[in-house]
Ligand binder design. Sequence first.
Ligand SMILES: [Zn+2]
Ligand SMILES: [Zn+2]
Length: 212
Amino acid sequence: MGGAVTAQGVFGLAVPDLLLALLRAIQTPPVIYLAAVVRVAFGIILVLAAPASRTPLALRALGALIVVGGLISPFYGEQFGHAMLDWWQAGGPPLIRAWAGFSLVLGVLILWSVARRPIPARAAWRGKHMLQLRPCCECCGKDLPGDSDAAYICSFECTFCRTCKEEVLKGRCPNCGGELLLRPRRAPEKLLEYPASTQRIVKPDGCSPPAR
Ligand SMILES: [Zn+2]
Ligand SMILES: [Zn+2]
């Protein structure tokens, strides 16, 4: 749709006389009614496409304007169109080229704004906003796969097995002092898409019970 406006602009820049003749042809019934229907449809499409675009308000306003223009054109379009075409003819190719240039810019603007709003790159999102799912207990090195139901983490994702958490650490993270809670399991099919961390973090000297 933006492409059609752009094409019209390019066309008018290249062969202004031909565009003039063409426009004169579509200002007469029954073509003018067809042109009106096309215009209304184009306007409605713009209004519908507006919310997902980069410039929702501008696009909605433009769409509404085109719908109204299309609706009144069968009644006033003929006189108005002919008057405008006569004016163009008097102005000659430079005037038509100027109008065509405007049409080109408008078309490109529509194309640009209808293009969907850029969404945050999924690749960048991946890995940053999910649990690391560290692969083992930091105290004893026991393996704790991403779907394990015996992994416990603090708010910094320090990771421990159930035995160490209960018998050695008494529910407190030895690094930050925060509480250790059951780590949610990641579904197997999600683990394929979002794999668990493979970086093993283990204290060389193990863990001792909290001093107290
Ligand atoms: Zn452990
Ligand atoms: Zn911690």
